[in-house]
Design a protein around this ligand. Structure first.
Ligand code: ADP
Ligand code: MG
Length: 588
C-alpha cells in the first residue's frame, strides 16, 4: 500500500515537474467540473420552483425565472468552454510532454546501464514494460485517473448532500447499485495487467519478427530463401496466442459489465419509485421530483466514475512502478573513476566470463599481457571467444572471475578507460546521418577540416569517382533521403571512425571482413603506419594479418591455446600452423 502510494505521488510529482502549468490547470478544471453537476441540480431546482410559482400567478417571481435561466445557461456555457480548453491543455500540455520526457529519460537510462544487462531477459522485459508504460501513456493516465478519481469523489459528496435533503434512502440505493463496477474493474484490471506482464516475451518476439520484414538486411535473405511464408506463419502463430488470451479476457469483461449495468439500472428504477412515493406523500413538489431523479442519476454516474477510476488505479500504478523499476536499475557511473595513464601494460589474470544466457563459459582463465605500443593479433575460429575478450578489454563486460589491470591498476566498471580507447567492431554502427558525422562521432570535439576529410576518403578509396560523389555532407541511408552504401563501404567508414579518434589503444574486431584483400592490405598498411605509440589489438581469423604482430594469440573454445611470434608458432607445429597451412593453400 505504502509503495503504491509512493508510486502515485512520484507520478503526480513528475507531472508537476514536466508540465507545471498544464497540470495545475487540469486539476483546477476537474475540480470545477466536479462541482458543476451539484450546481446544475441546485440551480434547475430553483428555476423550476420559480417557474411553478410564476405559473401559479406570483408575478414577482418573473425576475427570478430570468435570473435562474441565465444561471443555468452560464453554468453550461462555462462547462463547454472549459472542456475545450482543457482538452487542448491535457493533450498538448500533459500527454505529449509526458511522452517525450519519459522517452528521453528511458533512453538516457538505457545508455547508463551496464552492457551486460542487455543480455539479461529480465532486464529486457522490464525495459519492454517501461516502454509500454510510455507508449500506452500509462503515466499520464495515472495522473489523470488519480485527479478524476479525487474530483469524482468531490462530486459524489456534494451531490449526495443535496440528494439526502430529499430522502436518506437514496444514498444506499445509489452506492449498492454501482459497487459491482468497483469489484469488476478491480479484478479485471489486475487480470489485464498480469496478462500483459506475461505477454511481454511474446510481444518482443512479435516485434522482432515484424522487424525482419521491415528491415532491408533481413529482406534480402528472406527473398532469396523464399522463407517469407514460414516467417509470416510464425508471426501469425504467436499473434494468435496473444489474441486468444485477449479475446478470452474481453469476453469475460463484457459479461461482467453486463451484470453491473443490470444492477445499476435496477437501482435507478428503485430511485424513481422512491421519488414518486415522496411526491405522492407531498414530501417534495413536482418540480423537485425531476431534480431528484436528475440528482440521483448524477450521483450514480459520478459514483460509477469514481469507483471505476479507483479500480483502474492499481493497474496503472503497477505500470508506473515498472517504469520506475527500470529507472531504478543499478547503473554504472562510467568515468567516475580516473583510468590509469596506460604507459606500461594491460594485464588480464585468470579472466573467466559466462554470458547470462550462456550454457558454458565464453572465456576460461585467460592470462594475457599487452605491452604499450605493441600490436597484438588474436586469431581463432568463430565462437572461440575473440569478440568477448575484446569486450572485456574494452571494459564493456566485467569478468565473472579474475581481473584486468592497466599499469597494475584494476579496471573498475566506473573507470574512464573508454576515453583512451577506440574500436572498430564486427557489428559496427551504421549512422543514417552525414558521412562527416559518421566519422567525427568518435570524437566530436576534434575538428574534421575538409582537407583531412578528403585525405581520409582518398585513403579509404570510399568514393567511386565514376559513380558516386561522396562529400562531407552527403547524407547516408536511402530511407532517409540519403545515398546507399555497400557493406564494404560502411565498413570502411567504421574503420575511418575508429581511426579518427585519438586513442592509446585501438581494437579492430574483424574490421575488414567485407573488404577485398587488396584494399584490406592497403588499409592495414596505412593503419599501422599511423602512430607508433598506439597499441593495437587486431582480431581476425585471417592468419595473413600476423605479419603485423608483435604477439600472436590463438584462441579456441574460450581459451588461449598458443601465443608467440609467427616463426615460433610455426615451429610449435600446433593450431597456428594448422590455420596457416589451411589458409595458405588458398593462395598457393
Ligand atoms: P568470436 O568472436 O571468436 O566468434 P564470441 O566472443 O562472439 O566469439 O563468442 C564466444 C562464445 O560466446 C560463443 O560460444 C558464442 O556462442 C557465445 N556468445 C557470444 N555472444 C553471446 C551472447 N550475447 N549471449 C550468449 N552467448 C554468447
Ligand atoms: Mg567475433
Amino acid at each position: 500500500m505504502k509503495t503504491k502510494a509512493a508510486v502515485l505521488f512520484r507520478t503526480v510529482g513528475l507531472s508537476f515537474k514536466i508540465a507545471p502549468f498544464s497540470s495545475g490547470l487540469m486539476i483546477f478544471y476537474y475540480v470545477l467540473e466536479a462541482l458543476i453537476p451539484t450546481a446544475i441540480v441546485m440551480v434547475t431546482t430553483s428555476l423550476l420552483n420559480s417557474v411553478l410559482a410564476f405559473s401559479n400567478g406570483e408575478d414577482a417571481q418573473f425576475n427570478k425565472v430570468i435570473f435562474w435561466s441565465v444561471a443555468v445557461f452560464g453554468i453550461y456555457f462555462t462547462q463547454q468552454i472549459f472542456e475545450l480548453i482543457s482538452n487542448l491543455v491535457i493533450n498538448m500540455g500533459v500527454y505529449e510532454k509526458y511522452i517525450s520526457y519519459a522517452r528521453i529519460n528511458l533512453s538516457e537510462k538505457a545508455a547508463r546501464l551496464p552492457l551486460i544487462d542487455f543480455e539479461n531477459p529480465d532486464v529486457l522485459d522490464k525495459q519492454k514494460r517501461a516502454m509500454e508504460c510510455i507508449e500506452y501513456e500509462k503515466l499520464s493516465q495515472l495522473f489523470m485517473s488519480a485527479t478524476v478519481c479525487g474530483c469524482a469523489l468531490v462530486s459524489v459528496i456534494s451531490l449526495s448532500l443535496t440528494l439526502m435533503q430529499f430522502s436518506v434512502f437514496f444514498l444506499p440505493i445509489c452506492i449498492l447499485s454501482v459497487i459491482p463496477y468497483l469489484i469488476i474493474s478491480f479484478l479485471r484490471g489486475k487480470e489485464f495487467y498480469y496478462m500483459k506482464y506475461h505477454q511481454a516475451k511474446k510481444e518482443r518476439m512479435l516485434e522482432y519478427l515484424w522487424s525482419l520484414f521491415c528491415e532491408k538486411e533481413a529482406g534480402k535473405e528472406i527473398r532469396v530463401f523464399g522463407c517469407d511464408h514460414y516467417l509470416i506463419e510464425k508471426y501469425e502463430a504467436v499473434k494468435q496466442e496473444v489474441l486468444n488470451e485477449e479475446w478470452h479476457f474481453y469476453k469475460k469483461e463484457v459479461k461482467s459489465l453486463f451484470v453491473c449495468d443490470v444492477i445499476k439500472v435496477t437501482g435507478f428504477v428503485l430511485s424513481i419509485f422512491l421519488s414518486i412515493l415522496l411526491a405522492v406523500q407531498g414530501a417534495i413538489t413536482v418540480a423537485v421530483f425531476g431534480s431528484c431523479i436528475n440528482a440521483f442519476s448524477n450521483v450514480q454516474a459520478k459514483t460509477k466514475e469514481f469507483l471505476t477510476e479507483l479500480a483502474f488505479l492499481p493497474d496503472l500504478i503497477r505500470y508506473a512502478a515498472d517504469y520506475f523499476d527500470f529507472l531504478n536499475l543499478p547503473e554504472v557511473a562510467v568515468g567516475r573513476e580516473k583510468a590509469a595513464v596506460f604507459s606500461d601494460e594491460i594485464q588480464l589474470s585468470e579472466v573467466s566470463f559466462t554470458y547470462p544466457s550462456g550454457k558454458s563459459a565464453a572465456l576460461k582463465r585467460i592470462n594475457l599481457s599487452i605491452k604499450k605500443g605493441s600490436t597484438v593479433v588474436i586469431l581463432g575460429e568463430n565462437g572461440s571467444g575473440k569478440s568477448t575478450l575484446s569486450r572485456i578489454i574494452q571494459n564493456l563486460y566485467v569478468p565473472n572471475c579474475g581481473g584486468v589491470t592497466v599499469d597494475k591498476m584494476p579496471l573498475s566498471p566506473e573507470s574512464s578507460w573508454h576515453e583512451k580507447i577506440s574500436v572498430v567492431n564486427q557489428d559496427f554502427m551504421k549512422l543514417y546521418l552525414t558521412v562527416k558525422e559518421n566519422i567525427q562521432i568518435s570524437q566530436l570535439d576534434k575538428d574534421l577540416p575538409k582537407p583531412t576529410f578528403d585525405s581520409i576518403m582518398a585513403n579509404l578509396k570510399l568514393a567511386d569517382p565514376e559513380k558516386t560523389e561522396i562529400a562531407m555532407n552527403t547524407k547516408l541511408g536511402k530511407e532517409y533521403d540519403g545515398i546507399e552504401l555497400s557493406g564494404g563501404q560502411w565498413q570502411k567508414l567504421a574503420i575511418a571512425r575508429g581511426n579518427f579518434r585519438d586513442s592509446a589503444l585501438v581494437i579492430l574486431d574483424e574490421p575488414t571482413s567485407a573488404l577485398d584483400p587488396l584494399i584490406e592490405n592497403d588499409i592495414f598498411t596505412r593503419f599501422m603506419a599511423k602512430d607508433h605509440d598506439q597499441t593495437r589489438i587486431i582480431i581476425s581469423h585471417k592468419v595473413g594479418l600476423s605479419k603485423f604482430a608483435d604477439q600472436i594469440i590463438v584462441m579456441k573454445e574460450g581459451q588461449i591455446i598458443e601465443t608467440g611470434l609467427h616463426q615460433e608458432l610455426i615451429n610449435k607445429d600446433g593450431e597456428y600452423k594448422k590455420l596457416y597451412l589451411a589458409q595458405s593453400e588458398w593462395y598457393a
